[in-house]
Design a protein around this ligand. Structure first.
Ligand SMILES: [Zn+2]
Length: 100
């Protein structure tokens, strides 16, 4: 189970949160057409690695937060407010790689 550090409530169990989608995809402008909104909503990649995500703390403060989570290890790198610009950490060298 994930333990998510809510910026307002502190560390809580994953069961208090709901995943709300990919935070890396910019929303279309207000005057954009149905095709742009449809692509933003439904055409997503299922990427492996670090992912910037929206989560809603439904069992707590009911606020939206942004976090950076690794989709394989579920490690959480950063958590912030919706307006924060969060970045993934640099990828670690694969096991057995020569040091730089
Ligand atoms: Zn909270």
């Amino acid at each position: 189970m994930l333990r998510i550090p809510c910026p307002w409530c502190g560390v809580r169990d994953e069961t208090e949160f709901r995943y709300r989608g990919d935070a890396a995809v910019p929303r279309p402008e207000a005057e954009a057409g149905l095709a742009e909104y449809s692509a933003c909503t439904y055409k997503r990649t299922n990427q492996r690695g670090w992912h910037v995500e929206w989560w809603l703390h439904v069992g707590g403060c009911r606020k939206l937060l942004k976090l950076v989570r690794h989709t394989v290890t579920h490690e959480i790198h950063a958590v912030g407010h919706p307006q924060d610009r969060l970045a993934a950490p640099p990828e670690a060298a694969p096991p057995g790689a020569a040091p730089p």
